[in-house]
Design a protein around this ligand. Structure first.
Ligand SMILES: Nc1ncnc2c1ncn2[C@@H]1O[C@H](COP(=O)(O)OP(=O)(O)OP(=O)(O)O)[C@@H](O)[C@H]1O
Ligand SMILES: [Mg+2]
Length: 329
């Protein structure tokens, strides 16, 4: 339309100039004005498009802001002891996901973890290992039984204070677009640059961050500018920066190569000191470092103990170990 308008002005103007009604200078002026007017008109339509886009996005944002979580703080929340000890107890917990019908993810699940203890959860895929973490973090409340931290029941505590006691590395490391430092600070918003760098170094993330320009390196939309193992180490750095009494690691080193995994394991051994740690792992090296191994199947604890005893017993763990831990031989 813009070019059509300008062409029209030129066409009519050229005829007027030929017939002597108009000077060539006046025509040049008209054409210039026509171009200016058309350019601005086009700009306006662009701005209008932006306005529409922004209003759509605002609607989605307000929807998210107005969302109320199902899990809210009770009127008089029980305060958690300070400093936290990190004693965890699952008392006959049964839980089924809302869209799973009758199929329970945890059935009559009981577990006692002492402060400072490291417990490894092992078991086949779908056994409910990650679900244990999700209940601990209060993403859901169980249908029966109770989850306790330092002898306070989850439902009695303020979810915000409760979650502050946990550092969590999920099975699929979630990163957000922004810099590496932004992502690490999600664990501890008040961490200064030195603390952020320290956490990155401990999680062996410094190597790949340094070549990208340090902690301010952008990670891309959902961390897509990084590899799976790099994302995982950044998620680990976030958890280490958090410095919480309970550390939850859901296959936190599964995407790493052998050498990086060994380095990260050393850092984790350091981080576990004085902290209650629950690890879900599929590698023997990680499982062996635990004080206790809890074997799960179909939402239940089927065996627990140390590696040698469990292998000697010849149960599910022994079976699992001989197939799963290729590094066992
Ligand atoms: N959001 C969900 N909605 C419905 N069912 C779910 C959901 N998440 C998990 N489940 C189901 O609950 C059961 C336990 O899942 P969970 O994620 O705890 O397994 P897992 O032991 O961590 O397995 P993996 O080793 O594969 O990670 C599975 O049968 C799974 O299909
Ligand atoms: Mg899982």
């Amino acid at each position: 339309m813009m070019f059509l308008g300008v062409s029209l002005v030129l066409w009519l103007g050229a005829r007027s100039v030929l017939s002597g009604e108009m000077t060539p200078g006046a025509l040049a002026q008209f054409v210039l004005f026509a171009i200016l007017a058309a350019g601005n008109g086009a700009m306006l339509s662009e701005v209008w498009g932006d306005v529409l886009k922004a209003s759509g996005a605002t609607e989605r944002l307000t929807q998210i802001l107005n969302e109320r979580p199902d899990i809210a703080a009770p009127a008089n929340p029980t305060p958690l002891p300070t400093p936290g000890r990190g004693a965890i107890r699952f008392d006959r917990v049964s839980f089924a996901y809302a869209d799973a019908g009758e199929r329970a993810a945890l059935r009559d699940f009981s577990l006692d973890v002492r402060p400072g203890e490291t417990v490894a959860l092992v078991g086949p895929s779908g056994a409910g290992k990650s679900t244990v973490f999700r209940l601990l973090l209060r993403f859901y409340d169980p249908q029966a039984g109770g989850v306790f931290l330092d002898d306070v029941e989850a439902r009695a505590a303020d979810p915000r204070a409760w979650r502050e006691r946990f550092a969590y590395v999920s099975q699929d490391a979630h990163l957000f677009s922004g810099s590496a430092a932004d992502n690490i600070r999600l664990g501890r918003p008040d961490a200064d640059d030195a603390a952020v760098e320290r956490a990155a170094r401990r999680a062996e993330a410094w190597g790949f961050l340094a070549v990208r320009g340090g902690i301010d390196a952008p990670v891309g939309d959902r961390g897509r500018a990084l590899s799976g193992g790099e994302r995982q180490r950044l998620a680990l750095a976030r958890a280490l920066a958090r410095d919480a009494p309970v550390l939850l690691l859901d296959e936190a080193t599964s995407a790493l190569d052998a050498q990086n995994e060994r380095l990260v394991q050393a850092a984790l051994a350091e981080a576990r000191k004085g902290r209650t740690t629950l690890v879900i792992a599929h590698r023997l090296a990680t499982v062996l470092e635990a004080d206790r191994i809890v074997v799960m199947d179909q939402g239940r604890v089927v065996e627990q103990g140390v590696h040698a005893d469990l292998v000697a017993r010849g149960g599910l763990y022994a079976q699992f170990a001989s197939m799963q831990f290729v590094d066992a031989a």
